[in-house]
Design a protein around this ligand. Structure first.
Ligand SMILES: [Zn+2]
Ligand SMILES: [Zn+2]
Length: 181
């Protein structure tokens, strides 16, 4: 989704975003994703673009529904990731004048050299900052049983764990594993 800077009216632009976000776009090579994550997750939300005195401000709130894989039990699940966009766009032309004084681009600013803004790319960049590197299907996911390979606590696993909830035993177990290593 590309916006021509010259097309932004004085009163700004506001619109609904409803579409997929491509996390593997050309200029996004630096984005790191957890294994098996959906590279085209769907996003839904609102975006507003304002322009005054050559400064472009993009603000928005989106929810991205991404398929991921739990880093503990390996189950695939959908996660709703909230993404807040609040950045300023600096155009290359206006920056060039001060080129000698070194570019002063802050964390919430991006520099573009073209006359258009690639919104999907901005959304993808902002989303990449919110993606957990070790996704969990739920905070207390018990993970896979080291003995039988099933998810601990499910029907497939009837091995003996979880019964050592007594903290004294946990200390002993920790000691034991230190000696074993
Ligand atoms: Zn899990
Ligand atoms: Zn088991």
């Amino acid at each position: 989704m590309k916006i021509q800077i010259d097309d932004i009216p004085p009163e700004g632009l506001e619109f609904n975003f409803d579409g997929s976000v491509n996390l593997m776009g050309n200029s996004l090579e630096s984005i790191k994703l957890p294994p098996d994550m959906d590279v085209n997750p769907n996003g839904l939300g609102q975006i507003r673009i304002d322009q005054n005195h050559g400064e472009i401000v993009i603000a928005g709130n989106l929810e991205i529904s991404a398929r991921m894989q739990c880093s503990r039990c390996l189950v695939k699940f959908y996660s709703l990731i909230p993404v807040t966009i609040d950045i300023k766009v600096k155009q290359g032309a206006s920056v060039e004048k001060h080129y000698e004084q070194e570019l002063d681009i802050k964390e919430d600013e991006i520099l573009i050299l073209e006359k258009e803004i690639d919104l999907s790319e901005i959304i993808a960049q902002e989303l990449s900052l919110s993606i957990p590197m070790k996704p969990l299907c739920k905070d207390d996911c018990p993970g896979l049983c080291p003995e039988c390979g099933s998810i601990i606590g499910t029907e497939g696993c009837s091995c003996s764990h979880g019964s050592s909830s007594d903290p004294r035993w946990e200390k002993l177990a920790a000691l034991k594993s230190r000696f074993n290593n």
